[in-house]
Design a protein around this ligand. Structure first.
Ligand SMILES: [Ca+2]
Ligand SMILES: [Ca+2]
Length: 174
């Protein structure tokens, strides 16, 4: 009932991903000494997927899901949050990375490619990005098919050229 599942194999990254992953590994020794992280919830209509650790957490609010997904002292940084409804309402799907992260100003090279939307396939009707990131939406998986322009925040994705409400099977972050 309301349980959301997402494909954990659906994320790949380039560029800074390796550096972020390595710094995460370097910090892991410190994390191991910290108190045990709270048990992650797996049900709820608000889900956060860390694109580096591939940890998926769902809860009753985006904030609760993000908090449960953060590793000890290493809080996750949100890159993008999709909403099922317009005006940033309804169920959400969030992508984050461990620790601090800011997208570079240039669109190329692309920083992350999210190859599928999991349970949020063709669902988002509004989108909000963070940490200087923008998203480019694709009709098909693995960043193929027709694509949108780069989008920052959009309360109604039908206002994007081509109409992108309830339409997205993969996307890029940069
Ligand atoms: Ca929708
Ligand atoms: Ca960039």
């Amino acid at each position: 009932m309301g349980k959301l599942k997402e494909n954990l194999n659906g994320t790949t990254g380039r560029g800074r991903l390796l550096a972020v992953a390595m710094s995460f590994v370097a910090a892991a020794g410190v994390i191991a000494l910290a108190p045990t992280a709270a048990q992650a919830e797996t049900t709820g209509e608000h889900c956060v997927l860390d694109v580096v650790t591939e940890e998926l957490t769902c809860a009753d609010s985006p904030e609760a899901a993000l908090a449960a997904n953060s590793q000890g002292l290493l809080a996750d940084t949100v890159l993008v949050r999709f909403y099922d409804q317009t005006n940033y309402e309804g169920a959400t799907s969030t992508r984050s990375v461990p620790g601090s992260y800011t997208c570079s100003a240039a669109y190329t090279p692309v920083e992350y490619t999210i190859t599928n939307m999991g349970s949020f396939n063709n669902k988002p009707s509004s989108v909000h990005t963070y940490s200087s990131c923008e998203v480019k939406l694709f009709d098909n998986s693995s960043a193929t098919g027709t694509s949108s322009t780069w989008i920052d925040n959009l309360a109604n994705r039908d206002t994007a050229a081509g109409g992108w409400s309830n339409r997205t099977s993969s996307y890029q972050i940069s």
